[in-house]
Design a protein around this ligand. Structure first.
Ligand SMILES: Nc1ncnc2c1ncn2[C@@H]1O[C@H](COP(=O)(O)OP(=O)(O)O)[C@@H](O)[C@H]1O
Ligand SMILES: [Mg+2]
Length: 475
């Protein structure tokens, strides 16, 4: 690997010391340049920033503190190590206040300068990486929207986040429920602690309790070793229970006990453990309807539902469509190094579409368009071809759409449950494999590009298909 050397500027009035330092730092793998006075090094910094500055406290034309001040003005985040033969506490404090990384009292010991330089550079690297990761995370979980509905959601998040109250987030698939849950966590006093998501629909009923509460060794077949559950992982943080409508009645009862007295017992264990995980749950089901059918516990629902946040479907906040589309367009253009624009009629087509898959569908559409569009600015006709049949007829609310969505949901759930085993999934769903392949192929427009890529890997022509091929219909 060809690595670019990190550069260090050394400012030192004494030529002998300067030469020794230069030799040591160059030998340590750095590109080192020496300067004999303040003016020289400041001019060099202005011309080209080094990665580190090693600065003598006494220079022929200025004090090191003065030079440090000026260097800070040019480059506020440049790491600087100061060197001096004898330092008063006041001087050292002044230097540290000006953001010096380190203060070395022995410029005549180049070995120590090398160690300090290496340390300062590594620390700076790590800080930059952290900042980059934080920026990426913030970008990934940024919530865009200016509709009245979004403003109401923001205001609810702000009020509920600081409290320990349980929150139930409702809304169709893809409207942004998980983002709301993350926003609650990030604005809560628990922000520095873990946010643990658990999708209740993706875990077989027999395993959900062990997943939530953990289990002791040998508590059931397959429980070879003891394991902590998600509640414990989320201790002092937030546990996000997605698709809470799919939770079994018995798991609801146990979770209710935890919500009431913050205590859990592992599966197969008798010790009572105190846990402090905040519960935020989400569902796209009508839990009250499930309660009427005796499929859901009334008491659990009320304990969970201290605060409800309803996230409306995208078609009910049309003003957000353009904002979101612009946000995703910028994001994916940057990601894929493309410049893609939309023709005015295309913007219109986006606003007229019913978005049954909501923001997830919009995000996936924009990603696909950025990768695949042949017209630029993208014409409405091509855009509609990416949107599929729904775009041509405003189909929102028709029985056909409802049936298709139910079909898709069932397939997604079972595919997740069988971990992509098509033969098993078809058996559970009670359909033949060719029908399952057809539904998967048609659902593809609701998936992410990764899912689409995976689905391309499985043969979609049933005559030539293999049972062992795996796809991933879950998110
Ligand atoms: N307001 C929003 N701004 C930006 N992206 C959003 C917004 N709402 C949802 N998304 C994105 O849409 C996708 C689906 O959101 P998600 O929270 O997983 O939906 P749900 O949990 O309701 O199914 C995610 O990629 C998410 O980042
Ligand atoms: Mg979700």
């Amino acid at each position: 690997m060809l690595a670019v050397k990190q550069s260090i500027y050394v400012a030192c009035g004494d030529p002998e010391t300067a030469a020794a330092l230069n030799k040591m730092l160059t030998g340590g793998g750095y590109a080192c340049e020496s300067f004999s006075d303040g003016r020289g090094v400041l001019a060099a910094i202005k011309a080209k920033l080094p990665d580190l500055l090693a600065l003598d406290l006494v220079l022929p034309d200025a004090s090191g503190i003065e030079v440090l001040k000026k260097a800070r003005r040019i480059a506020p985040t440049l790491p600087v190590i100061m060197m001096a033969e004898m330092v008063s506490v006041t001087t050292a404090v002044a230097a540290l206040k000006l953001g010096a990384t380190d203060f070395l009292e022995s410029p005549h010991d180049p070995g120590r300068v090398l160690v300090a330089a290496r340390h300062a550079l590594e620390t700076t690297d790590m800080q930059r990486q952290l900042e980059r990761l934080r920026d990426e995370l913030q970008e990934r979980y940024k919530m865009v929207g200016e509709s009245a509905a979004m403003k109401r959601i923001w205001s609810l998040i702000r009020r509920v986040a600081p409290t320990p109250a349980s929150v139930l987030i409702t809304g169709e698939s893809g409207v942004g429920k998980e983002l709301v849950a993350r926003a609650i966590h990030l604005q809560s006093p628990r922000a520095a602690r873990p946010f643990i998501p658990l999708n209740c629909a993706a875990i077989p009923k027999e395993l959900i309790e062990s997943e939530l509460f953990g289990h002791e060794k040998g508590s059931f077949t397959g429980a070879g070793t003891a394991r902590v559950g998600k509640i414990q992982e989320a201790d002092a943080g937030t546990l996000f229970l997605d698709e809470i409508g799919d939770l079994s009645l018995s798991a609801q009862a146990k979770l209710l006990r935890f919500l009431n007295d913050s205590e859990i017992q592992r599966v197969g264990g008798s010790t009572v453990i105190h846990m402090d995980a905040r519960i935020v749950a989400a569902t796209n089901k009508d839990l009250q309807e499930l309660i009427k059918q005796n499929l859901y516990r009334d008491d659990f629902y009320h304990r969970l539902n201290v605060v409800t946040i309803e996230v409306p479907p995208l078609r009910e906040r049309v003003v957000d469509i353009e904002l979101l589309a612009t946000f995703f367009l910028d994001h994916f253009c940057a990601d894929y190094g493309r410049i893609v624009r939309f023709a005015p009629e295309s913007w219109l087509a986006l606003k007229e579409y019913a978005w049954p898959g909501n923001i997830r569908e919009l995000r996936n559409l924009i990603e696909r368009v950025v990768i695949l569009a042949e017209t630029n600015p993208v014409e409405a006709e091509e855009l509609r071809s990416f949107l599929g049949a729904e775009a041509k007829v405003p189909t929102d609310g028709t029985l056909k759409v409802a049936l298709e969505r139910a079909e898709r949901d069932a397939v997604e759930r079972v595919m997740a449950q069988t971990q992509g085993n098509v033969a098993e999934a078809a058996a559970i769903l009670g359909i033949v494999r060719p029908s399952l392949y057809r539904i998967i192929t048609e659902s593809m427009k609701y998936w992410t590009v990764l899912d689409v890529t995976l689905s391309i890997l499985i043969p979609c022509h049933p005559e030539r298909s293999e049972d062992s091929s795996a796809s991933n219909a879950s998110e």
